[in-house]
Design a protein around this ligand. Structure first.
Ligand SMILES: [Zn+2]
Length: 265
């Protein structure tokens, strides 16, 4: 069986140079490919370096709404340069009205500029959305989107919006975080996702996987827990059990979906 991580941040500094060790654990566990999402101009070079070193890593370049205040006047040209080198994927981009003290000003403009770049190059885009689902739907409906589709990473939006997003070309990515007992509503939402639009992700090092379910405990230098990217396999098992299907059949369709949107590997 092969496992595909639709969204992580392997370049994150909190992994403190242990990337090779993490990649080796992932490979051993059966991870075939992972989309490594950049978040700002500062980490795009690290994402590119990882992709050059590890064939597991599919690089994705984008400005995350949490980092927009760091953008340089040349950020869009800079983004295009990375995509010229590796025409792979755009992300993580999006809208966030949830994070306390985060300014919303400029978020839509930056999101649309990056969506436009993804669309004109027909590259998959990975979208972050917190407490802005209605507006996200509107913007997607009214602007060009990548013909191959886009990913709603860690989809926590309302189930009622799934059909409309599906029509626009969305894939819905399930994070291990939703396997916490208390996240039942988010798990149930995934029962409404069309079988050919489901993806699975770790979002490592974020969105902690339930400690009792992990075989890969990990912490940063201060001892705070981190999500290990090899938790992916346990996320597949947990979701398969919840959806009442075998891991084999889930893995087979997620593989097809991953390859359809992110390209053959
Ligand atoms: Zn992310």
């Amino acid at each position: 069986m092969k496992f595909y991580d639709a969204h992580n941040h392997l370049q994150d500094d909190r992994f403190a140079g242990r990337q090779n060790e993490l990649l080796a654990a992932c490979e051993k566990a059966g991870v075939a490919r992972m989309v490594v999402n950049g978040a700002c101009e500062n980490d795009w070079p690290q994402v590119l370096a990882l992709a050059r070193e590890a064939k597991l890593a599919l690089p994705s370049f984008g400005y995350h709404p949490w980092h927009l205040h760091e953008r340089t006047p040349d950020w869009q040209r800079n983004l295009e340069k990375f995509l010229d080198v590796v025409p792979s994927a755009v992300g993580e981009i999006g809208l966030d009205r949830w994070k306390p003290d985060l300014s919303y000003t400029g978020q839509e403009e930056a999101f649309l500029a990056q969506l436009h770049i993804a669309s004109k190059r027909n590259l998959p885009a990975s979208l972050h959305c917190l407490q802005a689902w209605g507006r996200m739907g509107e913007l997607l409906r009214n602007h060009p989107r990548p013909a191959r589709g886009f990913v709603l990473h860690s989809f926590g939006g309302p189930a009622e919006m799934i059909p409309a997003f599906t029509k626009l070309g969305a894939y819905f990515s399930f994070p291990g975080y939703f396997l916490h007992e208390r996240k039942l509503r988010q798990r149930e939402t995934f029962q409404q996702v069309p079988p050919d639009r489901l993806l699975i992700e770790t979002d490592a090092p974020d969105q902690l996987f339930p400690a009792e379910k992990t075989d890969f405990p990990l912490a940063d230098a201060e001892g705070s827990p981190l999500n290990h990217p090899a938790n992916l396999v346990a996320i597949y098992s947990g979701l398969a059990e919840f959806l009442g299907e075998t891991v084999e059949s889930l893995a087979a369709r997620v593989e097809e979906n991953f390859q359809r949107v992110f390209g053959e590997i």
